[in-house]
Design a protein around this ligand. Structure first.
Ligand code: GLU
Length: 503
């Protein structure tokens, strides 16, 4: 049996990081088993539809490097892949349930439903449901005469179609992560399958699509675990139980504190979206991309939020993750959203990129800051000096702006500690020595300065920090001679002379 999995987001807003993890696990599973991976859009709830959300989902996953074999943006054998375009299909299957007696029409108005709930609550029932007991007191095709049902349907009276959940049946399924789940059908209510506007509900469309698309494994978030018994009953009602997909429900992602589910409400405190996202109120959230994360770092971080390869291997590219991936190694308990770990991955992956590979991304950062782009040769030197020091792409500029611009301000704390009264004179003297250096190389500059320091019996420990401040304006960074070599003779001499301004 070849594996077919799907990622089935609803276009109701930004694709949350939990969704990206779900997509990633499906992708790894499909790749591992040389199966197919489908992107299906579950847009049956038109009230929650958000314009642009579908494109956002596609672009985000693309940026992450998660690829599909077929889907809404690619086409494929099961077109259409957008549920709102599959209405006829669901209507046909709903009729099938009515005909077999597994589903029924219900004509109850919202007021009648409220009254039913109030009545049951008054008699001490805590969460009243439309179910195998209460349905006999309601207006539906099980209680109304056949002719009246027909008359109402023909007259276009509003109705929904509900699943006739059997009163006494065991529902059991094996979850690949959690093991056997067994519940009794009396705990499941007669869920609406088709709404009065002719649209299917999530449950109906999801099951029909998973069946008709030949999905073999449903890998999704834990929040759907409680719907699965109903889905199993639906497969049973259709007579599809023996080809039902296997289920794997992924553990929760917990808040950074380690308690409670990670919530989109915290998205302005720390990143939770792959790309920048503006919500319906016009509020924009920065994405991992805009914050300078590399997609491979984000993916590695997400892969380990709920899954582990065994052992302590952590740094894994997509190929390695695919090789190591298995549903058995997905944990049951929630995992903390530890962004310090994500930052660490980013640092690791930035260092893994070659200097050449970083030229283009660094150019983009320079452009954002309105800094004129130097030659690639200059950038290569810059990148090699800074790469080991940065966590994010933006740090290249935040910490290395002086490579491109003469410092206008000097670090206050460092100045107070290290800019000794003699420093301005030293800098002018060093400039004079450097004037004579012909081969403008780090080693030459270093020996020139050291020679001058020893000739004048000065302390290198005092001169070097002052030299650093004059050249970079900062108290930390790569070796100052390297910086001087990179920015060139003219600029170095200019900075040394300008240092007399430092007060
Ligand atoms: N449309 C559901 C969602 O937004 C899909 C759940 C499932 O994978 O079954 O997450």
């Amino acid at each position: 049996m070849s594996v077919v999995v799907r990622f089935a987001p609803s276009p109701t807003g930004g694709l949350h990081i939990g969704g990206v993890r779900t997509a990633l696990y499906n992708y790894l599973f499909a790749r591992k088993h040389k199966g197919r991976f489908i992107l299906r859009i579950e847009d049956t709830d038109q009230t929650r539809f958000v314009e642009g959300a579908e494109d956002y989902i596609i672009n985000s996953l693309k940026w992450c490097g998660i690829e599909f074999n077929e889907g809404v943006h690619l086409g494929g054998p099961c077109v259409p892949y957008r549920q709102s375009e599959r209405k006829e299909l669901y209507a046909g299957y709903a009729r099938q349930l009515i005909e077999s007696g597994a589903g029924y029409y219900a004509f109850d108005t919202p007021t009648e439903l409220d009254e039913m709930r109030a009545r049951l609550e008054a008699s001490g029932i805590k969460s009243p449901q439309y179910n195998s007991i209460t349905r006999s007191t309601m207006k539906n095709s099980l209680t109304l005469p056949q002719e009246e049902v027909q008359r109402r349907v023909d007259a276009g009276d509003p109705y929904v179609i509900r699943l006739k959940v059997p009163r006494k049946e065991e529902v059991r399924f094996h979850d690949e992560v959690r093991g056997w789940v067994v519940i009794h059908s009396s705990q499941v209510d007669d869920k609406v399958l088709m709404k009065s506007d002719g649209m299917p509900t999530y449950h109906m469309a999801n099951v029909v699509d998973d069946h008709t698309m030949g999905i073999t494994h449903v890998i999704r978030g834990e929040e759907w675990l409680s719907s699965t018994p109903l889905h199993v009953l639906l497969y049973r009602a259709f007579g599809w139980e023996d080809t039902m997909p296997k289920f794997a429900h992924l553990p929760l992602i917990l808040k950074p504190e380690g308690t409670g589910k990670l919530s989109k409400r915290d998205a302005d405190k720390f990143p939770q979206f792959p790309l920048a996202f503006t919500d319906a109120e016009g509020k924009t959230y920065k994405g991992f991309k805009e914050l300078g994360y590399l997609p491979e770092a984000l993916i590695n971080f997400l892969a380990l939020l709920g899954w582990n390869p065994g052992g302590d291997e952590e740094i894994m590219d997509l190929d390695r993750m695919t090789e190591a991936f298995s549903l058995e190694r997905i944990g049951k308990s929630g995992t903390k959203y530890d962004l310090a770990k994500a930052e660490w991955f980013n640092q690791v992956y930035l260092r893994k990129r070659t200097d050449e590979e970083l030229i283009e991304p660094v150019k983009i950062e320079l452009q954002k800051e309105g800094i004129e782009i130097p030659t690639d040769a200059f950038l290569l030197r810059f990148i090699s000096l800074m790469k080991e020091r940065v966590t994010f792409l933006k740090d290249f500029i935040a910490q290395g702006r002086y490579f491109f611009e003469t410092p206008q301000v000097y670090d206050e704390g460092f100045k107070q500690n290290k800019w000794v009264p003699e420093a301005p004179v030293w800098m002018i003297e060093i400039a004079k020595q450097f004037e004579t250096v012909e081969n403008w190389q780090t080693s030459e500059l270093e020996s020139c300065l050291k020679h001058w320091v020893s000739k004048h019996e000065l302390s290198l420990g005092k001169v070097l920090p002052a030299f650093r401040l004059a050249i970079t304006g900062l108290g930390y960074g790569p070796v100052t001679f390297e910086v001087a070599q990179t920015i060139g003779k003219t600029e170095t001499l200019l900075r040394l002379n300008k240092a007399t301004e430092i007060k």
